[in-house]
Design a protein around this ligand. Structure first.
Ligand code: FES
Ligand code: FES
Length: 203
């Protein structure tokens, strides 16, 4: 079979992403995160820093969680990748995605795809984690909004849904918290919110 030469200064790469085979000509310097977002349109993988610290760009590379901003696209030649767009199966969210929904594990949502990809791979390796192990696993993922409490609960929820029994809460964890508690106590509008705050100050 005839092979096509890449244009000068470009390299041909082939990879599978979310079960689909892709071939493309790219500049050797192109980062994998930019290839996924700009070439393939998979914008669920986020860019949150330029120092490889935030973890918003985590994908699965041959089943391992990696920060896609730390790899060149040419390094993924021949690889099997999964992004956040490929985590749901048969139209159903997976347990970690459901955990973030049920435990309200986000605020702005910017870190969420990376958190889910990291947690998903972590639970594959450790289906029965302690709270400390969950927190350790997520150390490479930064969240500027949540304070992490509900993110940990989301992973505990997922572990329990997957059948791991050891996701029992550790000291200081309140698994009785449920999403409905937030909804029930949420103010209807700004006026309602102001009234609630005024009531708290009077007590
Ligand atoms: S974009 Fe922040 S670690 Fe990759
Ligand atoms: S929910 Fe906003 S950065 Fe994590």
């Amino acid at each position: 079979m005839a092979t096509t030469m890449a244009a000068p200064g470009r390299v041909t790469v082939r990879m599978k992403v979310n079960g689909v085979e892709y071939a493309a000509e790219v500049e050797p310097r192109l980062l994998l995160v930019n290839f996924l977002r700009d070439n393939l349109g998979l914008t669920g993988t986020h860019i949150g820093c330029d120092t490889s610290q935030c973890g918003a760009c985590v994908i699965h590379f041959n089943g391992e969680p990696v920060k896609s901003c730390t790899l060149l696209t040419v390094q993924a030649d021949g690889a099997d990748l999964t992004t956040i767009e490929g985590i749901a199966k048969n139209g159903e969210y997976d347990e970690v995605q459901m955990g973030f929904w049920e435990m309200h594990g986000l605020q702005c949502g910017y870190c969420t795809p990376g958190m889910i990809m990291t947690a998903n791979a972590f639970l594959d390796r450790n289906p029965n984690p302690t709270e400390a192990e969950i927190r350790h696993a997520l150390e490479g993922n930064l969240c500027r909004c949540t304070g992490y409490q509900n993110i940990v609960k989301a992973v505990q929820y997922a572990a329990n849904q997957r059948g791991g029994g050891g996701a029992a809460p550790g000291p200081g964890t309140d698994l009785e918290f449920e999403h409905k508690d937030v909804i029930e106590h949420a103010p209807e509008n700004l006026q309602d919110w102001g009234d609630q705050l005024a009531g708290q100050e009077e007590q």
